[in-house]
Design a protein around this ligand. Structure first.
Ligand code: FHN
Length: 468
């Protein structure tokens, strides 16, 4: 590391101040109701539980998986409208087993799960009282969200839901760009009524939170002009009044326009509502939205580099386990949560190729869980050698450059008192004036990062770091 960079790092780490997932600074810096409801935010316990869980699975799934193209987006495009809107009549995932899903989820190192309760195509993956276009209309006639939610609670997995604000099937969504309303709502004589649609979505979100126990909702599809900051803030307030603990992502409101895709500035949490920032990292398109943040955020990727829902193609390009772990390390060292998406097959089973990647990645994640779950990013900024997380008086170093023989760590407001590998082998180090040099053990085999555990004499928990 050059002297200049080292001195910069020293300044950064010397200027430590407390920042955990839910910062203790003014309410303005805790994501919540935004400028319309600044007094509203999720309970501290719920936010910390989300940040502690660190690694989540999203599942893009529904009758559209029968078509093998992208959920929602293939309606009236790759899949003709009439065909797409009839797929629910064939949806009979007899291999769906919620307990088997939960065993896979835990083996892969996930701590929470978010199925597409309703995507842009308007199909509801549960028995919703608000729509005829749901699981009761399928030959399967089982309530998938109920079965999965109950199994998650049996297995200790946090259960949430993805929910699309826009709905190309519903007659009251005014900006319909994918074939127009579906037949099951009948053909209302009047023009689209957005207030009536907002009542519908509020009813569905209430079902998911109150009746199905969703601990968080990942909103999506907020980009149409008809969905406004006023509507987003109002929905946040309604659902916060329903539950003090449910977490709502930043896409409940219009915060995305200020963030990721334009990569212009960090999400304006003082204006837009949300409890955690949803950063969609488009793998394979070079659009990375990582970057340290002292507020709750999530990097959301999909294992199939081309689409979110199931594709039967034998040549689909999947992330490798090493790429998943690289993303996991980048994200948690930047103080974020990491969510990856899989697309189950029409029969309710996971694609063995996708499952195999996550089982391999899960072996590393679970073996290094001490350095992942319950940690926060820092205290050292991410470097060419890797990154760091912290928990209590321990600091965890993720060594992603196997060629390194020594690490010169900058001065910090704690003294290093011990060093070991995550497996427990003692590691040599020299500590002086708050700085430390760690002599790295010979690299283990394979592309996965090694993890070094530093014990410190920090007064209380090791503190975070200034946002670079
Ligand atoms: O249009 C959706 C897409 O289908 C997928 O659900 C992703 C997941 O983050 N969100 C939207 C694109 O940003």
């Amino acid at each position: 590391m050059t002297t200049r960079l080292s001195s910069v790092l020293t300044l950064v780490c010397a200027g430590l101040f407390c920042c955990s997932c839910a910062t203790t600074r003014s309410a303005r810096h805790i994501a919540g109701g935004g400028d319309r409801h600044p007094e509203m935010h999720a309970s501290r316990g719920a936010v910390e539980r989300f940040c502690d869980a660190k690694i989540g699975l999203s599942v893009h799934w529904g009758p559209s998986s029968i078509g093998g193209c992208e959920i929602g987006w293939s309606r009236n495009k790759e899949i003709p409208l009439a065909r797409y809107d009839q797929l629910y009549r064939e949806f009979n995932p007899t291999n769906f087993d919620a307990d088997a899903w939960c065993r896979f989820i835990k083996a892969a190192g996930f701590r929470y799960v978010s199925p597409t309760a309703k995507h842009h195509d308007g199909f509801s993956l549960w028995f919703s009282k608000a729509t005829p276009y749901d699981m009761e209309a399928t030959p399967f006639r089982r309530d998938i969200m109920r079965e999965l939610g109950d199994a998650c609670r049996r297995h200790g997995i946090i259960f949430g839901a993805y929910y699309s604000l826009l709905d190309w099937y519903h007659p009251d969504w005014p900006e319909n760009r994918r074939g127009g309303p579906g037949a099951l709502y009948g053909h209302p004589a009047d023009a689209p009524q957005l207030p009536r649609y907002v009542d519908f979505l509020r009813t569905q979100c209430t079902e998911l939170i109150r009746d199905y126990g969703a601990s968080f909702i990942q909103f999506d599809g907020e980009w149409d002009d008809c969905w406004t900051h006023e509507l987003g803030s109002g929905l946040y307030a309604d659902l916060r009044n329903l539950s003090p603990d449910v977490l709502l992502n930043s896409r409940v409101d219009k915060g995305r326009i200020n963030g990721e895709f334009k990569r212009t500035k960090v999400w304006d949490r003082g204006t837009y509502a949300g409890d955690f920032e949803e950063r969609e990292r488009i793998t394979g398109k070079g659009n990375s939205v990582l970057g340290f943040a002292d507020h709750p955020w999530q990097a959301w990727v999909t294992i199939d580099k081309n689409q979110w829902a199931h594709s039967p193609r034998t040549d689909k390009r999947l992330l490798s386990a090493a790429e998943v772990i690289r993303d996991v390390v980048d994200t948690i060292c930047d103080n974020g949560n990491y969510m990856i998406n899989l697309g189950p097959r029409p029969d309710g089973s996971f694609d063995p190729r996708e499952a195999a990647v996550m089982i391999e990645a899960g072996r590393w994640i679970r073996a290094n869980g001490e350095a992942i779950y319950g940690t926060r990013g820092g205290p050292y900024p991410r470097q060419a050698w890797g990154g760091s997380t912290r928990k209590g008086r321990f600091v965890y170093l993720f060594i992603t450059d196997p060629s390194r023989r020594e690490l010169a760590l900058p001065r910090a407001d704690f003294r290093v008192t011990s060093a070991r590998t995550i497996e427990g082998a003692t590691v040599r180090f020299r500590a002086r004036d708050g700085a430390a040099t760690v002599v790295l053990p010979p690299p283990h085999r394979g592309p996965m990062p090694a993890v070094i555990v530093l014990g410190t004499e920090a007064r209380g928990a090791v503190r975070g770091m200034r946002r670079p």
